[in-house]
Design a protein around this ligand. Sequence first.
Ligand code: LLP
Length: 421
Amino acid sequence: MDHFLYRDGILHAEDVPLPEIVAAAGTPVYVYSTATLTRHYRLFEEALSPLPHLVCYAMKANSNLAVVRTLGRLGAGVDVVSVGEYLKAKAAGIPGERIVFSGVGKTRDEMRVALDGGIRQFNVESEPELRALSQVAHAMGRTAPVAVRVNPDVDAGTHEKIATGRKEDKFGIPIARARAVYAEAARLPGIEVVGIDVHIGSQLTRLEPFEAAYRKVAELTRVLRADGHDIRRLDLGGGLGIPYARSNEAPPLPTDYGAMVKRTVGDLGCEIEIEPGRLIVGNAGVLVARVIYVKEGEDRDFLILDAAMNDLVRPAMYGAHHDIVPLVEPPPGAEHHAYDVVGPVCESGDTFAKGRPLPRLGEGDLVAFRSAGAYGAVMASEYNSRPLVPEVLVDGHHFAVIRARPSFDELINRDTIPEWL
Ligand code: LLP
């Protein structure tokens, strides 16, 4: 459920008509709903209760400071994958003890910044990383709390590019090697083992792969405890999918997920951490765009929008589906027409949808891409020298621009012409 609904025939974000935001911020523009963010965070909170737990929002899905602060105020921790995200989390007010640092390629500099600023846990993904962290922490006279990310060799059954838990994927340490790695971790100076981490992929639409992975983690917990390690936290990653095509998709709900977590690892007495990104912010955002032209092709009509693949890359990159709806509600029974929905960027890949049935639209009409709050703005670029798409946050009757569209001067002045030219 989200808070983008038609009221009096106009699509609203909570209590704000979207055309009002367009009048203030232009198009294309991302718009997020505070009520939806809050609702989704609370769903996870409730689903995991009464287990001791921390929901660590995966900032990679949407790292706008206002979004992160909204979740932080509700008590969320965050999962970061770069020093940039770490510093943004701090700037948004997330205390170090609620920040988990994931990722296969943390540099020594990144480790130093996190150790200095405070960190809940490093999710370590390889032996070389473990040794580097030990050296850095030891040299600083610090102790780094560590969970080792294990690769359980489970197929998440999701898109090839976002499956992370199979042995051919670059992530984690093969679960069969875990005992040896934990033994080394226990010997290394500057390292304190606190738990186990696993994350098998994103946009999972079934619980079975999670369940298979978590059962392996439960078994490993028992083995490692018998080896003498104090396994007190389990980080179960993110990955729960959302319905992108609302008419025919119904992925499991956080409550189902929570019940499965309790069933698989609930009796171990561990504190549970989860790292949801998409499920918290995905359906809390839309991308609003304007129709520039309707072009009649040889055998199809093209709806040419002012949003493009640089603003929302998911369709071009993963063949992803996003529902597209007009801002003015079509009358019941309105005739639909099949459009190829495209952007102005100079490649054919800049196509959002092919043969998409939509009510008849014309120049100047406004449309919204639904489910665009996750991996939308964060993956945007300035390809074709199109200024980075702005973002707006709505809360009830209020809205604010939370990242402004850069001016053309800013865009031009970002480059430097060397003196010899
Ligand atoms: N934790 C780790 C270690 C991750 O790698 C990810 C996502 C998450 C948590 C959050 O997963 P979520 O709950 O959002 O599924 N750009 C792609 C998605 C990439 C996901 C990468 N890792 C897309 O647009 O579909």
